[in-house]
Design a protein. Structure first.
Length: 222
């Protein structure tokens, strides 16, 4: 793909971006050789250095430090931790939403008070991924992880022109747009846990303007 031109030459990065149409502002690159992340950072990637505990003979960690957005000694633990925390937060946000209250009422779940609302069960989200909603929730999780856990670790909030602060705003907007879209579509939750999302388990929320111009949420069963 890169005609055997090795990292950290710039050409392989540019070729990869072009061939796979990568939006670098919304992408991250991981590498255990710090200097390989210098061109990655320069073309817009968020850079994550995997510190293996020793310096590769061809590396220059000291000179590359300023280009490293994040460091970890274990990539699996790093990713699992931020994604697990992001998943928990998203499920909590769903439970706290007025949509979840209305949805449970319309699918017939008896609710005596808000504290009695059931948790959102991630295993009941689009069983079998027939609608590709599970992939969209994965995207949602990634957006949240970058906006809330990864980028804030290295963002210069005192600098209004900080690239990392700009990326936080970008990922936060992506998260909110997709979160609201999934709530609006609302065709992905298997309320009774039978492995399929039936027509009476699908609901759309939308806002209806009344003559008084006040707004309220209405749930429509499809």
């Amino acid at each position: 793909m890169a005609n055997y031109i090795p990292k950290p030459e710039l050409a392989p990065y540019e070729k990869m971006i072009e061939q796979f149409d990568i939006e670098t502002k919304s992408s991250a690159m991981f590498d255990d050789i710090a200097k390989n992340l210098v061109p990655a950072k320069n073309v817009g990637f968020t850079s994550v250095w995997i510190d293996a505990g020793y310096e590769n003979f061809s590396d220059d960690i000291k000179a590359s430090k300023q280009y490293l957005d994040h460091e970890t000694t274990n990539i699996t633990e790093f990713l699992e931790d931020v994604l697990e925390k992001s998943t928990d937060r998203i499920l909590l946000k769903l439970k706290a939403s007025t949509w979840w209250q209305a949805y449970n009422a319309y699918v017939g779940t008896p609710i005596s008070n808000l504290n009695a609302l059931p948790n959102v069960n991630p295993n009941r989200i689009d069983p079998g991924n027939k609608l590709n909603r599970r992939q969209q929730f994965t995207d949602l999780c990634v957006y949240y992880a970058f906006a809330q856990y990864v980028l804030p670790l290295i963002a210069d909030f005192g600098n209004p022109e900080s690239e990392e602060v700009s990326k936080i705003t970008y990922y936060d907007a992506k998260f909110n747009d997709l979160f609201n879209e999934l709530i609006a579509i609302a065709d992905w939750y298997d309320a009774d846990g039978d492995g399929t999302v039936q027509s009476d388990e699908k609901a759309i929320t939308y806002a209806r303007t009344r003559r008084s111009r006040s707004r309220r949420n209405v749930v429509v069963i499809r």
